[in-house]
Structures are given as C-alpha cells and as structure tokens.
Design a protein around this ligand. Structure first.
Ligand SMILES: Cc1ncc(COP(=O)(O)O)c(C=O)c1O
Length: 453
C-alpha cells in the first residue's frame, strides 16, 4: 500500500524512498528546497560535464525558443540542426568526415536508431540475412526494449526478457576480476575476449549485422578500461566479417574520458557512434548517432530514405543547448581538463585523490580514466569476495555520502549481474582541486560509516 505521507503524483523511481526536491544548481553544486548543498561528484549519472547553471546555455535555449520552438523533421530542417551537425562531425574527427548525424532525445533512442541503421545498412548492401546484434555480457545500452535486448545488465533486463529478442552476449575484459590468469596487465587476454566475438559471429552463420560496445564500461561494470589492443582487435574482426561496429559513447563521449570520444584513445573507427549525456550536459534531452560516410552512402545510394523517426528528433531547443555546450567546453578547454594523462589536469588530480581510497578496508579496486572513475567494494580484499547483494553496500555508501552533502552514483551487479558493489564518480570538469579533496574526504567517511552499520 502507498504510504499517504509520502504520496506523490509523480511515478518516481521508488515508492519506498524519499527524494528531496532539487531547486537550483551552480558549478559543481546542487541545492534542495531546504537549501542543503550537495557536491555533484557523479555529474548526476555521468551527465553534467560543464557544470550546473551556466547562463550561456540557458540564453541559447531561450533565444532558440523565442525564434522557433519546433518544426517536424518530415517538413523542415533548421539552421541550428545543420550547423550543429557539421560542428559535431568536426569534433568527432576524420573518421566521420562526409558522414552525418541523427539527433534524438537521449541515449536509449540513439541506441534504437543505431540498431535500425545497422539493419538497414545491411539490407541496402544486399546482406538481407543480417539482423542480429552481438553485445557484451555486462553492458548497458538503455531502457527501451530494443536497447534492452542488446544489454547485458541482468538487474535491469531480467523481468523483460520474455519481451526481448535474445542475441549472443560475449565476454568482456574486466582486469580486476579477469577470467584468465593474467600476468601481463591483461594484454593477451584482451585478444582472447576479442576472439570470443569472432566465435559468436561465426556461430551466427552470416546473420550478424552489428556489434555494440561501450569502449569504457559505464554503469554496469563501473569505469572498466579495456586492455590496450582489445578494441583494435574487435574493430578488425568486425571489418573482416562485414559486421558494423557501434560504439556506445552515451556515457564516455563529449570529452568525459579526456578525448573527444573514448575510441580516440585507441584510434578505433566505429561505423556508428552513439552519444548523449554530456552532449547537452543535461541542459536539454539530447542524444545523437554519428553515422560514418560508408553507412550514410549505402542508404543514400540505395533506397534513399531512413525508415525511422521520432516526433522530437532534431528538436531545435535541445540542439541549441547542445551547440552552446559544445562551444562552452571547447572555449574552456574542458576535454584537456578531463585528460588524466596530462600532468596537473583536473582528471589527474582526481585520479590521484581517489587512489588514496585503496587503503580503506572494503575498497577492492579504484579504476577509471579521465573524469570517469569507479570505486569497487569487497567484503574480503584477499579473495575479492563481494558483499552479499541484500546488504546493498554501494547504496549505503551513497546514502552516507548524501548525508554529508556529496552525490555519488551507486550500482550493484559488477561481479555477476547481481552481486558486486561500486560507486561511479564522474564530476563536472569545472571541479577544483579543493573540491576534489573535500569530496574524497567525505567519501572516505561515508565508506567508514557504511562499514560500521
Ligand atoms: C552506455 C549507455 N548507453 C545507453 C544509455 C541509455 O541512455 P538514456 O538513459 O539517456 O536513455 C546509458 C545510460 O546510462 C548508458 O550509460
């Protein structure tokens, strides 16, 4: 029964939890209706990259709304869409030169779009038997049914499994819990994991249209960076088998890992690249699929029309927000700030500060790249045994952090889809070193409190 004292007309994420009403944001901070301040150490859910309350973005959105709020993409294009698409292709670099961009309202819609583009590409080039999309076992590509069918996140998809099409899921390099007995920082096993993809493609007997992968694992595994050579091998296998490579950079794109897109760390050229979250930094619902020239040309020279559409794709106000965000992050050099390889950068400072958490009793692993990090908790450091999932250890840490005015993003399931606890850290790139030090100190105390409970 719904408790009348906590009744809300909004169908929230939980009927049991209470949610403070958020009222404003500025820089790395959010405030609730009681004027309690929170340091947003996870950029909500790795969304905010440029900081909250940036007036330039609000002004760009208001100007667009005053000029033209909406047209339907079956009737018009808009100057903001045409100009912003060119700017994004330029930001993505040479791999997407001559390609094009499909704008949506977020990550899941963009993944759906990429899946359909992959299928249509194969049909256009005469490969009509190709429709399967292979993905990785511990992955998350969105909440819609199509995106769920290619996601491996057990917790989020289990109930809906009878409603979704199952394709092959392959293994994934997760060095802290590597399935192989590695002594070379998982270099060789990266090739073994890639070989699993080749086996899955061969087993599907010419029916695989695409492979979808998060270049750096986001929420499900928590900021797991693949060993060098893995993604290059995956790309080579896809190319050799006529399978499209879809990079899901919903979380990792637009500078979050210290490169414009995470694939740039390994010089990998996906056929389709999906991005959202940091694209608008949360100022408006926005996602995009970057389409390589190869895929765009197959459709342009074939049937000539992409059989897909949402009422709100290419929404002018969202695009004005995204365009202003891109300009802001370039002017402020925020991708450079997010580069953990760069001495003295914000990301390098964050990495060093988080590394100090290693000594805490329940901290098994601290991993990440750029401004995307995770702290994984274990009941026993020596055996890496996770906490019992019912304890919800990551949730307890996050709650203890909230009490201290710190927001982190807790997740469970990194070990096997059910057990395994971590918190994701993905602050806005405008965070200062003093704010990082304060946040890590609060996180340390929150971990201690969760242990004592
Ligand atoms: C890698 C990845 N893909 C897709 C999605 C789905 O995006 P959205 O929640 O905007 O639909 C997410 C969201 O967390 C994600 O991390």
């Amino acid at each position: 029964m719904i408790d009348p004292s906590s009744y809300s007309a909004v169908l929230r994420r939980s009927f049991r939890r209470t949610f403070p009403p958020a009222t404003r944001g500025e820089g790395v901070y959010l405030w609730d209706a009681r004027d309690k301040r929170y340091l947003d150490f996870s950029g909500s859910a790795a969304v905010n990259f440029i900081g909250h309350g940036v007036v330039e973005i609000a002004a760009a959105m208001a100007a667009q709304a005053a000029q033209l709020e909406f047209v339907h993409s079956s009737q018009f294009t808009t100057p903001v869409a045409e100009e912003y698409a060119l700017e994004l292709l330029d930001f993505a670099g040479k791999n997407f030169q001559g390609g094009c961009v499909y704008f949506t309202c977020g990550g899941s819609e963009s993944v759906e779009t990429a899946l359909k583009l992959a299928r249509q590409y194969q049909v256009e080039i005469g490969q009509t038997g190709r429709y399967q999309v292979v993905s990785r076992g511990q992955s998350y590509h969105g909440s819609t049914l199509g995106a769920s069918s290619v996601s491996g996140n057990k917790r989020r998809r289990e109930m809906y499994r009878p409603m979704v099409r199952e394709f092959a899921h392959v293994g994934f390099p997760y060095c802290y819990r590597c399935a192989f007995d590695c002594t070379d920082s998982c270099r060789a096993c990266g090739q073994e994991y890639a070989a699993e993809l080749e086996q899955a493609i061969e087993a599907a007997k010419g029916e695989v249209a695409a492979f979808i992968v998060e270049p750096v694992s986001g929420a499900t595994l928590g900021a797991v960076v693949p060993p060098s050579g893995y993604l290059q091998k995956v790309a080579e296998i896809c190319r050799r088998h006529g399978v499209l490579l879809i990079a899901d950079e919903v979380m990792t794109g637009m500078g979050r890992t210290g490169r414009n897109f995470a694939v740039d760390h390994w010089d990998v050229a996906p056929d389709l690249l999906v991005t959202a979250k940091g694209l608008s930094s949360g100022y408006a619902p926005l996602g995009a699929v970057l389409v390589s020239k190869k895929v765009a040309s197959a459709i342009a020279d074939g049937s000539g029309a992409f059989l897909h559409g949402f009422t709100y794709n290419s929404h002018p106000i969202s695009l004005a927000a995204g365009r202003a965000v891109l300009r802001f992050l370039q002017e402020r050099k925020l991708v450079e700030a997010a580069d953990s390889d760069r001495q003295g950068s914000t990301a390098a400072t964050l990495g060093q500060a988080l590394d100090g958490l290693h000594d805490a009793k329940p901290v098994g692993d601290v991993r990440g790249i750029g401004l995307l990090w995770a702290v994984e908790f274990v009941a026993d450091k020596a055996t890496k045994q996770p906490f019992a999932s019912e304890l919800n250890f990551a949730g307890r840490v996050a709650q203890a952090a909230v009490k201290r005015g710190l927001l982190v993003y807790p997740m469970q399931g990194c070990v096997d889809g059910v057990s395994g606890d971590h918190v994701l850290i993905a602050p806005p790139a405008v965070i200062t070193s003093e704010q990082i030090d304060w946040a890590v100190m609060q996180l340390q105390e929150a971990i201690d409190e969760a242990c004592a409970a």
